[in-house]
Design a protein around this ligand. Sequence first.
Ligand code: DLL
Length: 432
Amino acid sequence: MAFWQHNLETMDRGELERLQQKRLKDTVDRAYRNVPFYHRIMVEKGITPGDISSLDDLGRLPLTRKANLRENYPFGLFAVPLEDVVRVHASSGTTGKPTVVGYTAGDIATWADMMARDFVMVGVERGDIFQNAVNYGFFTGGLGVHYGIERMGAMAVPSATGNTERQLEIMMDFNVTVLHCTPSYALYLAETAKEKGIIEELKLRIGCFGAEPWSEEARQELEAALGIKAYDSYGLSEMFGPGVAFECQEQDGLHIWEDHFIVEILDSDGESCAPGEPGELVLTSLSKQAMPLIRYHTGDVTYIMEDDCNCGRTSHRLHRFLGRADDMLVVRGINVFPSQIEDVLLKIPEIGDYFQVVLDRKRHGLDEISIKVEVKDEAFTGKLEDLSLMQRMVEARLKAVLNVRSKIELVEKGTIPRTAGKSQKIVDLRQI
Ligand code: DLL
């Protein structure tokens, strides 16, 4: 089995923790000296870098949230002079200013190596032809993945987004073997390739999909449709971008690179969750130079899988993401994750891959979930009673898993908008 940085990927845990400790002290020291925001909150908490002598002191450090990035827009959290920053990326939130992140030349190199680790881990080799079908721009998935491909020596095909037919044409003409895009766009590419009858001509063998939640069912569907092995890729702009955690060939959890990040999983009261217990992923960067972040609340919900992985890598693995802490829908007092809805829907053969959940608050202040789901062409019999049977069957299956009643609206294939970026699976019309 191939490794990109064998020693770092298989380091024994004691050695890894010593490395983390050294890097944590350095990070805290740089943040305290160079970032007014961290200096101020550490002074307020009455701590200095000298108080952090081991990983056990992590809990004494202040927390960072997305709002802190916005408050310091655009460059206020940089820990190096502006002349040392060679690139910025930004992510547009739904409200207010975007959040901006910066990179030194060293950060770009660290990030490229991290991505190269991921690609080599899933079996990408020199000689592979790697199509990167995501937005190249402020979004980190474009340039981040691109630099990783070049770093490990495969051929980067920066097809970016747009024009699905052209994407497929390139895929065929160039004999593309590896594809990176969002899982929802991959489903659309597969659907279009099937319609055009060109699936057989594709040479794809590996798919790397991320930037949004997806399910095990979607994986199986993509693997079967495209004849590939499909891997989950997780990352966020605040921690470089893609590459932070990635599945290995075992396809059982995402290895998170603990030489670059300290991982905490916290419950809603800020207490640590035990392995296996879901909570919010909180990360401390250990190697970022331009913009170190301490105890950053990612908003993403997962849990730690602590058992050893057969691939030989020693880092902990994160379970496939369950959703966003703030995406968790509380409907009539019951917690519902969009991923649970997706799990149920994708198991029903008559239903297509696209759905959209609409939440509304109707009479008497009661929340109502209605879900638009696409019916596969071949499942249409032309009889109304079959449709209404199907609708009741889907409603019953969802009720059994979610414990809350939802209203299903069956729509024709192609009704729900396809996008090359992150798909909008939830529309919340409630005025809360
Ligand atoms: O989405 C970076 C990325 C690009 C990751 C390409 C993977 C592939 P942001 O735009 O800052 O960065 O969005 C980060 O996307 O906090 C999660 O909520 C979500 N996310 C990313 N990957 C996954 C995944 C990029 N595999 C936010 N599963 C994160 C679930 C994901 N959610």
